[in-house]
Design a protein around this ligand. Structure first.
Ligand SMILES: Cc1cc2nc3c(=O)[nH]c(=O)nc-3n(C[C@H](O)[C@H](O)[C@H](O)COP(=O)(O)OP(=O)(O)OC[C@H]3O[C@@H](n4cnc5c(N)ncnc54)[C@H](O)[C@@H]3O)c2cc1C
Length: 390
């Protein structure tokens, strides 16, 4: 029997990467193999993850805010950042979420919209993984439609006073700094909130069956008093948070493929060693059809991600193009994970194999950073000119 071709090599897509991009990808892949994969099933099962040591490791690896320039960030291109997201999510979507929220949401918000003082104070420590950030946009009653948010920041003399509740906030309980979006008399504005501010509390979300190796929290702001310069000075309205979401969604376009690839590789390996009816199940045509379809979608998703990465590196990537990537690649990744699960039979439902963990994780990935329905509506609007949200 000839050796199976590694799924990612079917189209020789490897040739489309630069030496530097390949080197970054390989470094992150080796880190994930060495430091994440041996522990991840336990972290997932217990729902406990050593966030601080991991953040410092990821900082040393250079992946926190890696596509940002200056302030201790690595300053790689967007394609290399995408490849890193793919490798991290081949380990677990929760690890990629840690990196996405830190780099693409919290750090990016400060990097893009913060004052020089915000940047100097937070970015170098966040890039090193010594300080952890979170990003508070969603509220209990406002998810897909954040424009209705109730969290309010009112002026009191020169100060700002924030009150409200944020929900489903990744890294909330472990964060040193929260980027919080709040309504004001002028519209939605972003605030840099040290989490030791009086009136700020974070409550862990328990009994989560997805992204268990990731901290998810409710943030409660009860009259949190901040100095005048805590606000992002030059952005008002949803443009602020949406600019950050676009960054994080781009990382997901790549990340979801990592989870899918890990599922496909697992399914191929398993199907070659598992025998039924006196032969490897890989030899059954029904199994091969599943593997072929999974590989097709993985390859197409990879080419899509790479195209979006090149557009981003050329500063031409538009939000609706990111929606194409997020909608397609997460949807296909879930389908691949579920199909891989069937190939593993009963072994597909235990944590000894990564497949059920990836499948469960991808349910969150489908929902956060814009649900599949919302990205569908973005594309519907691009195609017809009609916004169908309301
Ligand atoms: C594990 C996890 C981590 C998260 N981390 C963060 C974080 O760090 N920071 C943060 O701010 N948020 C975070 N989120 C929140 C996430 O972004 C929201 O869950 C998401 O935006 C969806 O909001 P919702 O859950 O309130 O669903 P809803 O908005 O209530 O939607 C419920 C359903 O209705 C559909 N729907 C809504 N509006 C429409 C419409 N107009 N047309 C058709 N269908 C529609 C949705 O697509 C969905 O299927 C996280 C979520 C999870 C699960």
């Amino acid at each position: 029997m000839s050796a199976p071709i590694k799924p990612l090599d079917l189209l020789d897509a490897e040739d489309l990467l630069s030496d530097e991009e390949r080197a970054i990808r390989d470094t992150v892949r080796a880190y994930v193999e060495r430091e994440i994969k041996p522990h991840i099933a336990d972290w997932f099962e217990t729902g406990e993850i050593p966030v601080r040591p991991l953040a410092r490791d990821l900082g040393s690896l250079g992946v926190l805010g890696m596509h940002l320039d200056g302030y201790g960030c690595a300053g790689t291109n967007a394609t290399a950042y995408g490849l890193a997201c793919m490798e991290l999510e081949a380990g677990d979507s929760g690890i990629r979420s840690l990196v996405s929220v830190q780099g693409s949401l919290a750090m990016f918000a400060i990097w893009k919209w913060g004052t020089e003082e915000h940047k100097q104070r937070w970015l170098p420590r966040m890039a090193a993984g010594e300080a952890i950030g979170c990003f508070g946009l969603t509220e209990p009653d406002f998810g897909s439609n954040p424009s209705g948010m109730r969290t309010f920041a009112k002026r009191d003399g020169d100060d700002w006073v924030l009150s409200g509740t944020k929900m489903w906030i990744t890294n909330g309980n472990v964060a040193d700094v929260a980027v919080v979006w709040a309504n004001t008399d002028e519209g939605i504005r972003g605030f840099v909130v040290p989490t030791d501010s009086p009136g700020f509390t974070a409550n862990l979300v328990h009994k989560k069956m997805s992204l268990r190796a990731s901290v998810t929290s409710e943030l409660v702001l009860e009259g949190v008093r901040l100095p005048a310069d805590a606000v992002f000075p030059d952005v008002v309205g949803l443009k602020g948070p949406l600019s950050c979401l676009s960054e994080a969604r781009y990382g997901i376009v790549w990340g979801a493929l990592g989870a899918a690839r890990d599922c496909l590789e697992t399914a191929i390996d398993y199907s070659l060693s598992r025998e039924q009816f006196d032969r490897p199940i890989a030899g059954f045509q029904l199994t091969q059809e599943k593997l072929a379809n999974m590989a097709l979608e993985l390859q197409k998703g990879y080419l899509l991600a790479l195209h979006l990465g090149r557009l981003k590196d050329d500063h031409r990537l538009r939000p609706e193009q990111v929606s194409i990537g997020k909608l397609n690649n997460v949807r296909e990744a879930i389908t691949i994970a579920r199909e891989a699960r069937t190939i593993l039979g009963a072994n597909g439902v235990i944590l000894e194999y990564p497949v059920i963990r990836h499948a469960n994780n991808l349910e969150s990935v489908l929902t956060y950073e814009g649900t599949s329905e919302i990205h569908t509506l973005v594309l519907g609007q691009s195609l017809t000119g009609i916004a169908a949200y309301r």
